[in-house]
Design a protein around this ligand. Sequence first.
Ligand SMILES: Cc1ncc(COP(=O)(O)O)c(C=O)c1O
Length: 362
Amino acid sequence: MFGERIYNFSAGPSMLPLPVLEQAQESLLNWNGSGMSVMEMSHRSSSFDSIFQDAQEKLRALLRVPDTHEILFLQGGATTQFAMVPLNLMGEAGRADYALTGNFSTKAYEEAQKYGACSVAASSAGENHTYIPAQEELQLDGGASYFHYCANNTIYGTEWQYVPETGAVPLVCDMSSNILSRPIDVGRYGLIYAGAQKNMAPAGLTVVILRRALAGHARKDTPVMLDYAVQIKGGSMYNTPPCWCIYILGLVLQWLTDLGGLEEMERRNGEKAALLYDYLDESRLFHGTARPEARSRMNVTFRTADKDLDAQFAKEAAAAGLSNLKGHRLVGGMRASIYNAMPMEGVLALRDFMARFEKEHI
Ligand SMILES: Cc1ncc(COP(=O)(O)O)c(C=O)c1O
């Protein structure tokens, strides 16, 4: 517990930085002397325009997004991108490569099959998605319209530790659960997408960053809302955007900037994850489920050898103010999601709780 709040290890929606919530609270009834809440503003007003531009500029600066790339603030979650990507990018080749390293990349692959011939460039399914395929294992089609992968597998607790090399084939990446956790070279990607509800903002906003040249080639029957070119032309305001989420994103980006940017965030995330993994490696009760070289810095998955004990652990942890540690229903066990907003104190509290639980049950 810290103050009235608990440490929330939810995989998403998840914790937001406390200073962001406090600032949102302060301006809830009257944003910047406007006499109204951001939730009540017209998205065409000058007040909201300044909020929107500010969030875009801050995101561009933090991620060092090159001029070749557009930033879009959309809706529909990452799941809508599973269709939007192939609708727009499948193109004349009509073929795309997918790496299947977990639940969401598999869903993306299944959705894309409706719009073209999708190949499995690699799959970790045979080993219960406990590892990330190496570059040499990727079966790449040089004529594919794009290569899709999911950078961090939220459910299985694995993370790509390298950016796949695909030559001239554009890289498309689902970064829902690790965007803004460390610096990335945006220029290497054709398209990045992420639901906001883990590291960026409340649920309801989807951020897409794409190379401008990839837009404008959508299938003829593409719904207007799902056409990147339409969204670029409309400045993400073809219809009403998720205004409140964009406002909170701006506050989160300011918080990230103030703490030292993505290099500092990466350092902190590395420290937090190491604390848990080092403990797991020593533990006689708990063990990590992902292979060490593929471990995620955002979602730490672990378990004991006993399902009932796992359930007891999650229950007792929740009673101690450490909530949402139950693993995803697909895999069981436990999962500690330690996104950007989870402070080191929360991770220390979890580690200490695990050590106490271990003493009682070993
Ligand atoms: C990596 C990843 N991709 C996609 C999704 C689906 O996102 P959404 O619920 O925003 O559609 C999630 C949700 O947890 C996720 O973790």
